[in-house]
Design a protein around this ligand. Structure first.
Ligand code: FES
Length: 146
């Protein structure tokens, strides 16, 4: 049989890092819930943010999707931990796909992870803005996609 998936995908699929959920009502938590229209797979990625420094202290995910989506979200949670929110907004799905050596047909699976990171940051910022009485930031659009 031809080897379709890189061993990194199989590793993250078999031993996904940071599977789980945080309380979405926790003001320190940002939740990104996104779906892939192409296949209907859904990914939830959450971050826990240090309010004073803006550092992402922790991250977790739950993905109802293919192996590449699970591996992509697992990698995404590892990459965002310990980083600043502005920093993780620059994470591109192509970097995740490259890291996992995903085949071209599986690029949209890594796109879910990029979208989920952005949606999680946006959700956190929206919550913060609400708490501080500033309503200038729009609610997370991605949350409505699923
Ligand atoms: Fe849909 Fe992978 S096939 S996310």
């Amino acid at each position: 049989l031809p080897r379709l998936y890189h061993e990194k995908v199989i590793d993250h699929f078999n031993n996904p890092r940071n599977v789980g959920s945080f309380d979405k009502n926790d003001p320190a938590v940002g939740t990104g819930l996104v779906g892939a229209p192409a296949c209907g797979d859904v990914m939830k990625l959450q971050i826990k943010v240090d309010d004073t420094t803006g550092e992402i202290l922790d991250a977790c995910f739950k993905t109802f999707g293919c192996g590449s989506a699970i591996a992509s979200s697992s990698v995404a949670t590892e990459w965002v931990k310990g980083k600043q929110m502005e920093e993780v907004l620059t994470i591109k799905n192509t970097e995740i796909a490259k890291h996992l050596s995903l085949p071209p047909v599986k690029l949209h699976c890594s796109m879910l992870a990029e979208d989920a990171i952005k949606a999680a940051v946006k959700d956190y910022q929206t919550k913060r803005a609400k708490l501080s009485g500033d309503s200038e930031i729009e609610p997370a659009e991605h949350a409505a996609k699923v």
